[in-house]
Design a protein around this ligand. Sequence first.
Ligand code: FPP
Length: 255
Amino acid sequence: MKPFKRWFGSKPEGEELIQQLDSDNIPNHVAVIMDGNGRWAQKRGLPRVAGHHSGMKNVKKITMAANAIGVRVLTMYAFSTENWKRPKEEVDYLMKLPMEFFPKEIDELIANNVQIRMTGWHEGLPDYTLKAIQDAIDQTKNNTGLILNFALNYGSRKEMLRGIQRLVADVKQGEISGEEIDESLFSRYLLTDPLPDPDLLIRTSGELRISNFMLWQLAYSELWFTELCWPEFKEHNFYEAIQEYQRRARRYGGL
Ligand code: FPP
């Protein structure tokens, strides 16, 4: 078994659980639907946005936990194309979170060799949101460690439809032929290209749905759900999900 790596800055909790994991069977890509921020806040008599703030702080903790065990890609579903339907004050609050998160956390993310990426549409996002993310992407572009990928202004059906439109245009222009279209070629027309498909999807807050998230990419992912709301989902819960992943036999339709 290869040894787990060291980390810099705040240490992830749950070290004893790390030692119980099989370091040769760590999911390459973990995707997370960070649900339940609003309910977490409301249960405590706080405004919904307090839940988002607490959820933002948790992004950093779980990133460090994933990094410590050698996860290569961690995708966090931060804002869906459907989330625009929420009250304006809540949307405005969510859009400002990157301006708080990155300046506060970037040094530690860099010290841990983390690369920031975004999967989603730029159109519709405020300039300040995009700038905060783009600055973080630029500052971490030479890092080679964990990819912390924010799914922001992302929706899977739109992603597939836009991909098909581009694919059809390329066929019309003779750049590719219809016969060439296979799973790997289609994947290249999705926003997640060139990231690998998630091996494990975690969804918090007890909801048992995929909610228009990576519908194509999750075809063979292991799904893991917890009743815990995102702000109360801690490092040891993340490691429990990894332990459960390691108990599953992935057969991809075979025997
Ligand atoms: C869903 O919970 C959560 C969101 C729509 C937002 C998630 C965003 C973060 C945790 C912060 C991301 C951080 C950065 C830096 C971009 P909900 O509010 O829908 O929960 P509910 O179902 O209880 O209402």
